[in-house]
Design a protein around this ligand. Structure first.
Ligand SMILES: Nc1nc2c(ncn2[C@@H]2O[C@H](COP(=O)(O)OP(=O)(O)O)[C@@H](O)[C@H]2O)c(=O)[nH]1
Ligand SMILES: [Mg+2]
Length: 298
């Protein structure tokens, strides 16, 4: 007779410096886009939960904003606080780094992990960018020498390489526990979050030359009209000068953003959407704790 194995469940916090691929990893593990992804750092502002059920185990992944240095603005401090809180609550820390790149910002994140006293594994992401895989061996050894990680797992979140193994490794380190969420629950974020985040993603992708950080999206009104979901959303910018940049020549950029967001949301929500976007200025909202709270940032 085999020994009965108890059910496992727990929170795995995905942490790391900005842009290492944390949100891409969450989406790849979930097989579903829960968290927005762009090539720009500091895209993720909120904690995003993804719940994965496997036989005998429930994995609750928590995507977090990238922990970063230079906490000048209230927005940046709020993002770091969100990530630090997820770290403190984690049953297991999934520390994501980029293959062959470990710098000052990664070291600062690692220090926070050490300070938290939490068990951690390290995920080496973007291995698809390393043609000579033997180069990964000394890098892996270097990481292993920095901290007593429970495991080191190389993956490519984007290409889906080694993710099954990563799920097994994480599952193996979660505590014995009954389910934390009902099996049908995939995330803790609802439709409004999906809408505002998708708009912010398209906007961030459009602002290639400009800094997209002083931008937030808020739904003002949402109603069903003749089988269509009509949404009025405001894009908040924190300086008057950013308004024409977001709107573009004759409204072209705003139109493109709306179109891309609508197409993606139509497909994902299985609903027909009508999006009305406005750009409004709220001076220095990213430095204003009250404005941040109103926009859903703790
Ligand atoms: N080549 C490659 N790029 C990746 C991989 N994972 C993420 N990226 C890219 O890295 C950038 C940042 O990804 P994102 O998930 O937003 O990073 P985050 O800030 O850590 O959440 C995006 O341009 C992604 O497409 C990967 O496995 N391989
Ligand atoms: Mg992210």
């Amino acid at each position: 007779m085999t020994e009965s194995t108890a059910f496992r469940a727990g929170f795995a916090a995905i942490v790391g410096r900005p842009n290492v691929g944390k949100s891409t990893l969450l989406n790849a593990l979930m097989g579903e886009k829960l968290s927005i992804v762009t090539s720009r750092p500091q895209t993720t502002r909120h904690r995003v939960l993804g719940v994965l059920n496997r036989p005998g185990v429930q994995l609750a992944f928590v995507d977090t904003p990238g922990l970063h240095l230079g906490e000048r603005r209230a927005l940046n401090r709020a993002m770091n606080r969100t990530a630090a809180a997820a770290l403190a609550d984690a049953d297991l820390v999934v520390f994501v780094v980029e293959a062959l790149r470990f710098g000052e910002e990664d070291e600062a994140v690692l220090q926070r992990i050490r300070d938290s006293g939490r068990e951690a594994i390290v995920v080496i992401n973007k291995v698809d960018r390393v043609p000579q895989k033997d180069k990964l061996l000394p890098f892996t050894a270097e990481l292993a020498g920095k901290h007593a990680f429970l495991d080191v797992v190389p993956v490519s979140a984007e290409k889906g390489v080694n993710l099954d193994r990563l799920v097994d490794v994480i599952a193996g380190h979660l505590p014995e526990s009954p389910e934390l969420f009902p099996p049908e629950q995939r995330t803790d974020r609802g439709e409004d979050f999906q809408i505002t985040e998708t708009i912010r993603e398209k906007l961030t992708m459009e602002l290639v030359e400009e800094v997209p950080y002083g931008i937030a999206v808020e739904i003002e009104k949402k109603e069903e009209v003749e089988g269509r979901l009509v949404i009025d959303a405001v894009i908040w910018v924190d300086r008057e000068g950013q308004k024409p940049i977001v709107i573009g020549a004759k409204g072209s950029r705003l139109k493109r953003i709306g179109q891309k967001a609508r197409e993606e949301l139509n497909a994902r929500m299985g609903k027909r959407l009508h999006l009305n976007l406005w750009v409004k200025v709220r001076e220095d909202w990213a430095d204003d704790a009250r404005a941040l709270a109103q926009l859903g940032m703790e």
